[in-house]
Design a protein around this ligand. Structure first.
Ligand code: CAA
Length: 260
């Protein structure tokens, strides 16, 4: 089944795998607020029977980040430009950003395992979208950059926490303050890459990872993600309690019988 919830977003569901494609290749999948809101709705509405979500970009690059035309007074057709938004005051701006962030942070709580498939460039909001996924399959010639600093801004689309969690505070600070390019090989050394793939084998690598996830029993598979997500930032006592509860729930399921 295919859907187009946004002019630049194609969604294909094939059994337990949902593929969400950024579809504006002529602008290197540049992102806009309406796209972030559509992504937020997608993240909110993943049904339990979808076990893997793949987020990918059409064309040469995963995503070149925010559509830079958003910063001009003319903006992007159908979107409120950043200069227009700013006139509404800092509280209104922060409120809007809160909605946009759900297009990124929302993937952490969706029931499926989320894989970002990265080729070409993942810049700014593109890098942050890659970070919002649970796993990253990356072409060996791909490049990442947290370019917000070059616009006089900070990364604000839920990317700073996963970046710090994955690479550590000092390296994250260096990447965000310089805005430099990070190669796929360096990204792999830093822990940002789940699978490093040959550029012409990227889709196959994603499929193989999805198939490996789907090979596990569904109920246990669904329990693992919230369990491990909880481990990020929690203490041992709280985490072992979560393990006990998750396991007890699974074991209860083994012996559950329909009521007579
Ligand atoms: N916004 C709008 N259009 C973009 C774009 C962007 N972010 N990135 C690329 N494009 C457009 C180009 O203008 C170009 O359009 P035309 O064909 O009409 O000239 C087309 O896409 C192809 O671009 P390139 O020829 O540059 O393609 P490339 O493959 O040689 O290079 C690239 C790709 C390295 C990503 C380069 O396009 C680039 O550096 N883009 C800008 C990246 C950027 O600075 N993004 C903002 C990051 S900050 C952010 O995202 C955070 C935030 O929320 C504030």
């Amino acid at each position: 089944m295919t859907r187009e919830p946004h002019p630049h977003l194609h969604v294909l569901t094939e059994g337990p795998v949902r593929t969400i494609t950024l579809a504006n290749p002529d602008r290197r999948n540049a992102q806009t607020p309406s796209l972030w809101l559509a992504l937020a709705e997608e993240a909110r509405s993943v049904p339990d029977d979808v076990r893997v979500v793949v987020i990918r970009g059409e064309g040469p690059s995963f995503s070149a980040g925010i559509d830079t035309a958003m910063f001009s007074p003319e903006g992007v057709k159908g979107e409120e430009s950043i200069p227009a938004l700013i006139t509404r005051g800092p509280e209104a701006v922060a409120d809007r950003i809160g909605h946009w962030q759900q297009g990124f942070a929302g993937w952490s709580t969706c029931p499926a395992v989320v894989i970002a498939e990265i080729q070409g460039h993942a810049i700014g909001a593109g890098f942050q979208l890659a970070l919002s996924a649970d796993l990253r399959v990356v072409a060996s010639d791909a490049l990442f950059a947290m370019r917000e600093i070059s616009l006089g801004l900070v990364p604000d689309l839920a990317g700073t926490k996963p970046l710090v969690d994955l690479v550590g505070y000092s390296r994250a600070l260096e990447i965000c303050t310089t805005g430099r390019l990070v190669s796929a090989h360096e990204a792999e050394r830093l822990g940002l890459v789940t699978v490093l793939a040959a550029p012409d084998g990227l889709e196959d690598a994603t499929l193989a990872l999805a198939e490996a996830i789907l090979a596990a029993p569904a109920t246990a598979g669904r329990a693992v993600k919230p369990l491990l997500r909880h481990a990020v930032g929690s203490d041992l006592t709280s985490q072992v309690e979560r393990e006990r509860k998750a396991q007890a729930g699974l074991l209860a399921g083994f012996f559950a019988r329909p009521p007579k």
